[in-house]
Structure formats: structure tokens, C-alpha cells
Design a protein around this ligand. Structure first.
Ligand SMILES: [Zn+2]
Length: 291
């Protein structure tokens, strides 16, 4: 399953609105005989890619899949049908699919005589599927905001902007869209969504936050990385639409006062809890999740 989770991450930033799923096929002797992951909407699902790679060796074997196999006819036939046709004896599932229309794939696999185990390493699989699942729950993309703490309006001699630029570059592949300082919108993985790339109408970043997020959701985006100064996305933040913040702390001296009338100096916004604190080569990085 950990191998399935690892390869599924190769679909992050390109599968939306579909989930990034990975699948490994073991033969009856528990040897890996095929693996596959989903790349983008309209293309084969992970199970079908893995079964194609395994061929006849899948018969009597086990399919290890990060998300419950689908049971609906969309752009491709349902995966549970492919698993049954390949005569797989057992299916291990990490996360059950909340979008199952009617009876899920697991129930139909069981009815066909396939042994099914579910919730296997679920928490670890959610490291990849978590943003997709959150976007389903909230009916909008999962939004991460990365910024330099306390930099609003004040030039900072120890600015972390260079570090933030590098961090955005290293994180962008896990997101569908990156919205930068000037409001320019880019795909996280350039060309990642193929011909179905998001078509954003002019003014998508307008003043009406609800409308903007609705528009972005309708394009199929399920995860967005915002990068900008503290004040820039305050409308989105105050609308309660930021799910995660990554904040770089400007360096301060061991004995430091912000001076008179500085007001309240904060680390991460109210309404978030710290989930990680790390020191990078030059700064402290805080990660917060919406409470
Ligand atoms: Zn499927």
C-alpha cells in the first residue's frame, strides 16, 4: 500500500477534479506484477493501468488500491468490473470513496466473491488524497496560503521573500493552481491538465471571494496555492476559505521589541492551529491548519 500511495502522488496537480489514485497488483505469491496511477480526467484509472501492466499474472492475485474502486460508468468503465474480469482474488482499499453513487465498488466486488479489506493504511493514503477529500466536503478547492509573517506594509531587512519563492516552486506540483503576488494564475504543473486545462474567465480574481472560489471550483480545480503578502488575500482569509497557512517568520534578534504602537504581533492568523514548526537554513517556517 505504501508503494501505491507513493506512486499515486505522481498524479497530484493533474488529476483534478478526479482524485490522485495509485494501485499495485500482486500475484498469488505476493510478488508485484504491475502498478499504475491515474494521470488526468478522461484517461484510464489507476486500477486499469495496473491491471494492464500485470496482464494474466493478476489472476488469483491481490489489487492494492488507495481509493475504493469506482462503480460508475463515466468516461471510462467502472474499475470494479475490470478487477472482476481480471479474476483478482482480493482487493485491499485504503480510503472509501465518498462519491460512490449508490452502492460502492467494494460491495459489488464482495458480491462477486472477491475478498475485500478496507481502511487499510487509510491515514497514510490521506496524505495524498486528503486535499481532494477536503474539497469534496467543502464544495470548493483546498486552499493553502504561503506568506511572510508580519511583513505587511513594512520593509523587512531580513525578508524571507527569496525563501518563499523557492518554497512555492517546490510545492507547486502538488497543487492545481498557483495564484501569485499580482493575482496571476498558473497551473501548478504546467500543462498538467492537458486539453482540459482550466479556462478562467477574466476577472476571476475579483472582489467577490465567494464568486471567485465558485468560478475556480467550476473549472475543476481542487487545490490552490496562494502566494502573497499578508494583506493581499485577507478577503479570502476572512471569508474562512483558507485551509492551511505556511508562514515564514522574519528573523528577529534574541531581545526584540516591535516598538511603540506596533499593535499585536502574531505568528499565524486566528482560527488556525500549529501543526508544524521547523527551522530552515535562514528562517522559521510555521504550518497551520484551520481549526
Ligand atoms: Zn475507476
Amino acid at each position: 500500500m505504501r508503494r501505491a500511495i507513493a506512486i499515486s502522488a505522481q498524479g497530484l496537480g493533474s488529476t483534478s477534479p478526479n482524485p490522485p489514485v495509485g494501485c499495485v497488483i500482486l500475484d498469488s505469491e505476493q510478488r508485484t506484477v504491475g502498478e499504475g496511477y491515474h494521470v488526468r480526467k478522461g484517461e484510464s484509472h489507476a486500477e486499469v493501468n495496473a491491471l494492464t501492466a500485470a496482464g494474466k499474472l493478476a489472476e488469483g492475485g491481490t489489487a492494492v488500491v488507495t481509493l475504493e474502486p469506482c462503480n460508475h460508468y463515466g468516461r471510462t468503465p467502472p474499475c470494479r468490473e475490470a478487477l472482476i474480469a481480471a479474476k483478482v482474488a482480493r482487493v485491499l482499499i485504503a480510503v472509501m470513496d465518498p462519491t460512490s453513487r449508490g452502492e460502492g465498488g467494494a460491495a459489488l466486488l464482495r458480491r462477486a466473491g472477491v475478498e475485500v479489506e478496507q481502511e487499510f493504511l487509510r491515514g497514510e493514503a490521506l496524505l495524498v488524497l486528503g486535499t481532494w477529500k477536503a474539497s469534496l466536503n467543502d464544495g470548493r478547492p483546498f486552499i493553502t496560503w504561503i506568506y511572510e509573517a508580519g511583513a505587511e506594509g513594512k520593509p523587512n531587512p531580513n525578508s524571507a521573500q527569496g525563501v518563499i519563492f523557492e518554497e512555492v516552486d517546490s510545492l507547486r506540483g502538488s497543487y492545481d493552481l498557483v495564484i501569485g503576488q499580482e493575482g496571476c494564475i498558473e497551473e501548478g504543473v504546467p500543462g498538467g491538465h492537458g486539453n482540459d486545462a482550466f479556462h478562467l474567465p477574466n476577472g476571476a480574481l475579483g472582489n467577490d471571494v465567494d464568486e471567485m472560489v465558485k468560478v475556480l471550483n467550476a473549472t475543476g480545480a481542487r487545490s490552490i496555492l496562494l502566494s502573497g503578502a499578508a494583506g493581499q488575500f485577507s478577503r479570502i482569509a476572512s471569508a474562512g476559505m483558507i485551509d492551511q497557512v505556511i508562514s515564514y517568520l522574519p528573523r528577529t534578534s534574541p531581545s526584540w521589541s516591535p516598538g511603540k504602537n506596533a499593535g499585536r504581533v502574531t505568528a499565524i492568523p486566528d482560527g488556525f492551529r500549529l501543526v508544524e514548526v521547523a527551522r530552515t537554513a535562514s528562517n522559521v517556517r510555521l504550518t497551520g491548519r484551520r481549526t
